[in-house]
Structures are given as C-alpha cells and as structure tokens.
Design a protein around this ligand. Structure first.
Ligand SMILES: Cc1cc2nc3c(=O)[nH]c(=O)nc-3n(C[C@H](O)[C@H](O)[C@H](O)COP(=O)(O)O)c2cc1C
Length: 171
C-alpha cells in the first residue's frame, strides 16, 4: 500500500489528495490527514506521498507545523517518497510552494528516495525553495488552486502517470 499524508487549512490540499488517490487507485492508497494521525504510520509504508500547502510567506501549513520536529525521528531509508505542494504563484511569488521544498529537504536528510520531479514551465513566480539544483524542475508536483485551477486536473493526471511507474501501480 501507498500512503498519502496531507495537511490542509482551507481544503484545497485535501481535495487534491483525494484526486491523487483516485488516480492511483483507491485500493492501492491510504489517505491520512496529518492532524488526525500519529506519525507512527510512516513506519508502516515504504511508499509515501506528502501533500502540503505553503502559508504565511513561506511557512509550512499549521498541522504540519505541529508535527514538524517529530518527522526527524523517522528513518526514511528504503522509502520512496513523492511531494505535492500547493501555493499561489502570483500572490506569493517569492515563496511559491516553499513548504514542499522544506518538507522534501527534511525527509531526504533522513534517507528518503524521491520520485516525481515536475518541470517549471507554465508557472510564473520569482522564487521557490522547492526547486531542483538546476532550477528546471520542482522537486514535486506544484499546484496552484488560486491562479491556475484550470490546469490542475491535467497536471495531476500527468504526474500520476509519471510516478505510477516507480510506485509500481497502474494509473
Ligand atoms: C494568508 C495566506 C498566506 C499564503 N502564503 C503563501 C506562500 O507563502 N506561498 C505560497 O506559495 N502560497 C501561499 N498561500 C496560498 C495557499 O498555499 C493556497 O491558497 C493553498 O491552496 C491553500 O491550501 P489549503 O486549502 O490546503 O490550506 C497563502 C494563502 C494565504 C491565504
């Protein structure tokens, strides 16, 4: 089984998590709201998708903030991870999907392998800490329900196809 662990303040990330679960197959994916779970479930999954919006000028969403330090207690060696970040590229162009990058860096420091990099083409922003070194990709799927909602479904579909190979599911 695959876990999707998300946090969401106004519901956007929660909706996206459900859509991704449907694309990958509901019988393959367990969905967890980070505010309702003990992080111990991390130990039970070797494939984890993290979904996190950025709030308050480059900060992690409040429910992720609550568990932030606890994440360091887990060993992600031998785990395959992927990241989904929500943000607003026009309203917060200097901090676009920063929280996704912060969570990625934390989990990678604990040994995780990462799949699902996503090209920066098609977005307009100034800065993000969620970019690969060459700045040509985000380290995960960047979604903008505030200014590019119409592109979301197609992005999810394409990204799920990309990661399904490494996750060993049919999408
Ligand atoms: C007060 C406020 C601060 C925000 N700060 C950022 C930010 O720094 N960077 C960013 O990319 N998006 C930012 N956003 C946009 C949210 O990430 C976006 O609306 C997201 O879809 C919210 O997800 P949620 O409904 O799952 O909480 C902010 C939105 C609000 C209302």
């Amino acid at each position: 089984m695959i876990a999707i662990i998300y946090g969401s303040t106004t519901g956007n990330t929660s909706d996206i998590a459900v859509k991704v679960q449907q694309h990958l197959g509901a019988d393959e994916v367990d969905l967890f709201d980070v505010k309702d779970i003990g992080l111990d479930i991390i130990d039970a999954y070797d494939r984890i998708i993290f979904a996190i919006p950025t709030w308050d000028y480059g900060e992690v969403q409040e429910d992720w903030e609550e568990v932030w330090d606890q994440i360091d207690n887990f060993d992600f060696t031998d785990k395959i991870t992927a990241f989904i970040g929500l943000g607003d590229q026009l309203g917060y162009a200097e901090w676009f999907v920063d929280a996704m990058g912060m969570l990625h860096d934390k989990v990678v420091a604990r040994g995780a392998s990462v799949i699902g990099h996503w090209p920066v083409e098609g977005y307009e922003f100034d800065e993000s800490v969620a970019l690969t070194k060459d700045k040509k990709h985000f380290i995960g799927l960047a979604l903008d329900e505030d200014t590019q909602r119409e592109l979301t479904d197609e992005r999810i579909e394409q990204w799920c196809q990309i990661i399904s190979v490494d996750l060993e599911v049919a999408a």
